[in-house]
Design a protein around this ligand. Structure first.
Ligand code: SDX
Length: 426
């Protein structure tokens, strides 16, 4: 409840706006009373707006702190399996042994997809971007789970979360196989979540004995955890807004995938590798940095709306990058190039003054490339991992009464004018 009030005086009217404190982070000013003020609040890009209350993830951008249900991201990434983190995002706590076994079994039972879904893939060109395919096929799931899905029914919501988390790796791997002209691989329920994904990506009917490398599997699972959730980012806010209309949850997740695809958001990991390819060698870095400073290009993988210090995920990602490249004996010149960029950015006033530090996307691409995943699949993997976050926010919204999201605007268009016949128009 409100602790104290903020006072706003406008047009000689005074408004008492309740200040509400959370358990961590900034308090909020409840501006609902402005409804009768004749004014809207104005905040393009939602830089200072909290449209929801949530218990799932807390970020302290100044301290570089990220908590999922109170657990620090580095502790989760280095100790938990991704599915344990997904359970915590959904249910509020890490699972005990019995809950873990039950949840993992439920996920295993739902990794398959309706065989009719294959036909959706066949409609795409082989060179279609896999994110375009994912928007399509995840949205198509709403056609397979619609008639008997009542979003007001908690059990229906629960099985929807299980199905989405379970099927995303299968659909992601299918979008890759389709682009390669290789047959789809069925999930193997004797594999862990990350192993199963790597198996469906890289095994073939002629090589069904494929077993992913343990270091690579652990790194993949850690990458899933590092991308699982991140408070009210653009794609999560998209899922919440779509969900606020009561829309089919599979369609809401497809909307989240579409939002994530943008290069300012989840598409940045792909853009980082393209940027490193464009720079080519360490010798070209100074000239490239001049292009960044003249605002010709952005330094992809740097900067963040919330983190004005380091992104804690980037630190874990960098450690994982060193582990994977070391274990695989890969000496990737792109890593050397990335480190040269990071060094300059951390010292150059242009970046320091703008709080531009590496974010989660800066190193992830180098690891994924080392694992053998093509650049075009990077954001697909981000969407796979973020599904647990998106659906936990959708569940949280549905767990209490909510209103449809309907923002207003500052209108600066034409004032009232009458219709003019075409023959009388200039
Ligand atoms: C993700 O929200 C989330 O939580 C997202 C995410 C998640 O897990 O969901 O963390 C995942 O999306 C990470 C971000 C990935 N995107 C990129 O790496 C793309 C490059 N970064 C930028 O596009 C940018 O930093 C944003 C979009 C991430 C943040 O932009 P903001 O907060 O709106 O900041 P801004 O654009 O107002 O920039 C402030 C200043 C500007 O300079 P001035 O015009 O004031 O002189 O910093 C500059 C910007 O030009 N700037 C950059 C820059 N990012 C910001 N300049 C060069 N390179 C950059 N990357």
């Amino acid at each position: 409840m409100a602790d104290t009030n903020a006072k706003l005086t406008v047009n000689s009217e005074e408004y008492e706006l309740p200040i509400i404190k959370g358990t961590l982070g900034r308090p909020v000013i409840d501006i609902a009373a402005l409804q009768d003020s004749g004014f809207w609040s104005y905040d393009p890009g939602f830089k200072v707006t909290a449209p929801v209350e949530s218990k799932i993830t807390y970020i302290d951008g100044g301290k570089g702190e990220l908590l999922h249900r109170g657990y620090p991201i580095d502790q989760l990434a280095n100790n938990a399996e991704y599915l344990e983190v997904a359970y915590a995002l959904i249910h509020g706590d890490l699972p005990n042994a019995e809950q873990k076994a039950d949840f993992f079994e439920k996920i295993r039972k739902h990794t398959g997809v309706h065989d009719q879904l294959r036909k959706f893939f066949e409609g795409f060109r082989r060179d279609a971007h896999p994110m375009a395919i994912m928007v399509g096929v995840v949205g198509a799931l709403s056609a397979f789970y619609h008639d008997n899905l009542d979003v007001s029914n908690e059990a229906h919501r629960e099985i929807t979360a299980i199905r989405l988390i379970a099927k995303m790796p299968t659909l992601a791997a299918m979008s890759y196989k389709y682009s390669q002209g290789e047959p789809f691989m069925y999930p193997r329920n004797d594999f862990s979540y990350a192993e199963n994904f790597l198996y469906m990506m890289f095994a073939t009917p002629a090589d069904v004995d494929y077993e992913p490398n343990d270091v690579v599997t652990r790194a993949m699972d850690k990458i899933f955890t590092l991308h699982a959730d991140h408070e009210q980012n653009a794609s999560t806010s998209t899922v919440r807004l779509a969900g606020s209309t009561g829309a089919n949850p599979y369609a809401c997740i497809a909307a989240g995938i579409a939002a994530l695809w943008g290069p300012s958001h989840g598409g940045a990991n792909e853009a980082v590798l393209e940027m490193l390819d464009e720079i080519g060698t360490v010798e070209n870095v100074p000239a490239f940095m001049e292009k960044v400073k003249s605002r010709e290009v952005k330094l992809m993988g740097f900067g963040h709306r919330v983190y004005k210090n380091f992104d804690p995920r980037a630190q874990v990602m960098k450690e994982t990058c060193d582990e994977v490249l070391g274990a695989l004996g890969i000496n990737d010149p792109k890593l050397e190039l990335a480190m040269a960029l990071e060094k300059i950015a951390l010292e150059d006033p242009f970046f320091v003054e703008r709080n531009l530090y590496p974010n989660v996307d800066f190193y992830s691409g180098i690891i994924l490339k080392a694992i053998g995943i093509p650049t075009s699949m990077f954001t697909v993997i981000f969407s796979l991992a973020r599904t647990s976050g998106w659906i936990s926010h959708w569940l949280e919204m549905h767990s209490a009464p909510f209103k449809i999201g309907r923002p207003r605007q500052l209108y600066t268009g034409e004032t009232h004018r009458d219709f003019v016949k075409v023959e009388d128009r200039k």
